[in-house]
Design a protein around this ligand. Structure first.
Ligand SMILES: Cc1cc2nc3c(=O)[nH]c(=O)nc-3n(C[C@H](O)[C@H](O)[C@H](O)COP(=O)(O)O)c2cc1C
Length: 407
């Protein structure tokens, strides 16, 4: 059976992070998806996984040494960098990222990366302080300006016991990013245009303060990547998040406010699909102070609020360019289904995904649990609970359902 990654060759570089154990699963998933995989293992990487494990799973010899006469004769570093359709560095250590950013070539992995003329995808994995350090962030910024693709890192519990950003993206997410890069037009959504909104909006009070919310953008970004992986041409409109642009998404528009988000949604298109996953502020301060509001006297300032534009309703009612499928999210803290059904009736969209948010659920988490609400053929409402899953898995399920609905 032909799969999106049939006839594709991936060079997987495994560097010295504890997340290297997940790379074994990635190799298996890539093979299952029909790809050929060869691996380069750094000395650091070999402290965590063995060449034998990678060779067994990939079915190919593993290269480890720049100066090995035998390895250099068989598949020299130049040839390794040429034979692949895509080079994937997973996990990508702070050390290897620094070498990439500065053009070092003192081991096989860095020499292959420097000699490469192929697209490169990195999956950074490290302690959150290493990730947040100015040095690593400067290196990442350099790599992004050179067009290096990135997936993750995620936030959560790290191997060192700390909680923070730096966990390698899950193998499924890396596979999805690889598919989006290598087979963007091969999927069932090829030729379809999709709009996805993601993240929070920030509504300014004065030049330094704003009304915002806890949305991380993880679900919206995952949906953008999942639609792209099925071949859709995706435009992502996103509020402020700490996430990199998702792999395979050609256009990402960064906005701050709900009004900017609406403008960005309306100025491109038309779209076949619109997924409104952003947590758009319902209200904004009626006036924005030009200067920072000062603390004067005892009285706290009071604000009047004014309603923001309703992006989901606007897209649902857009004439003549209404997307064929408009999907919204109803993030609720209580009476989730009742509120979601009321929102569904009010907005005029085609589907709503209801999810519970607050106290460790929904916003900022890596997993989500939703109920899909849509109409049956006879006009009655159908509410289908989807079991809790990672936001990537949920995004893939949604993208598949979208593809089936547009068949
Ligand atoms: C137990 C252990 C876990 C480590 N985990 C990471 C990690 O997750 N990310 C990272 O950037 N470095 C990590 N390091 C440090 C790297 O292994 C070290 O910087 C090494 O030089 C990386 O070499 P490489 O990039 O050539 O593989 C770890 C080191 C140890 C001892």
């Amino acid at each position: 059976m032909k799969t999106p990654l049939s006839n594709k060759t991936i060079l997987l570089i495994v560097t010295g992070g504890i997340a290297a154990y997940k790379s074994l699963d990635l190799v298996r998933k890539l093979k299952d998806a029909g790809a050929s995989v060869s691996c380069v293992l750094t000395q650091g990487g070999a402290q965590f996984v063995t060449p034998l494990a990678l060779a067994t799973l990939s079915g190919e010899p593993v290269s480890t040494d720049l100066f090995s006469p035998e390895q250099e004769q068989r598949l020299g570093h130049i040839r390794l960098s040429r034979q692949a359709d895509l080079i994937v560095v997973a996990p990508a250590t702070a050390n290897t990222l620094a070498k990439m950013a500065h053009g070092l070539a003192d081991n096989l992995a860095s020499a292959v990366l420097l000699a490469s003329n192929k697209p490169i995808l990195i999956a950074p994995a490290m302690n959150s302080q290493m990730w947040a350090s100015p040095a690593t962030q400067a290196n990442i910024a350099t790599l992004q300006t050179r067009g290096i693709h990135q997936v993750g890192p995620a936030s959560g519990m790290l191997a060192c016991g700390e909680i923070g950003e730096g966990r390698m993206a899950e193998p499924d997410e890396i596979l999805q990013a690889i598919t989006a890069l290598l087979a963007p037009a091969a999927g069932p959504l090829a030729g379809r245009k999709a709009l996805v909104t993601s993240g929070p909006t920030y509504e300014p009070i004065d030049p330094v303060r704003f009304i915002g919310n806890r949305s991380s953008g993880k679900q919206g970004h995952a949906i953008a990547a999942a639609l792209a992986a099925l071949g859709a041409e995706v435009t992502l409109v996103t509020g402020p998040t700490a996430l990199p642009a998702p792999a395979g998404v050609p256009q990402t528009i960064a906005i701050q406010t709900a009004r900017e988000m609406l403008d960005a949604c309306l100025c491109h298109g038309p779209y076949d699909i619109a997924v409104c996953a952003a947590a758009v502020a319902d209200w904004r301060p009626a006036t924005e102070s030009e200067c920072k509001i000062k603390k004067e006297g005892e009285a706290a300032p009071t604000f009047s609020l004014t309603e923001n534009p309703d992006i989901l309703a606007t897209l649902s009612q857009a004439v003549p360019n209404r997307p064929r499928l408009v999907i919204g999210f109803a993030a609720e803290t209580d009476n989730v289904l009742d509120h979601a059904k009321a929102k569904f009736a009010r907005k005029g969209c085609d589907w709503i995904l209801a999810n519970k948010v607050g106290a460790g659920q929904g916003f900022g988490q890596d997993s989500n649990e939703v109920t899909l609400i849509r109409r049956n053929a006879d006009g009655s409402l159908a509410a289908t609970p989807w079991p809790a899953a990672s936001k990537q898995a949920l995004a893939q399920k949604l993208a598949k359902a979208v593809a089936e609905a547009l068949e």
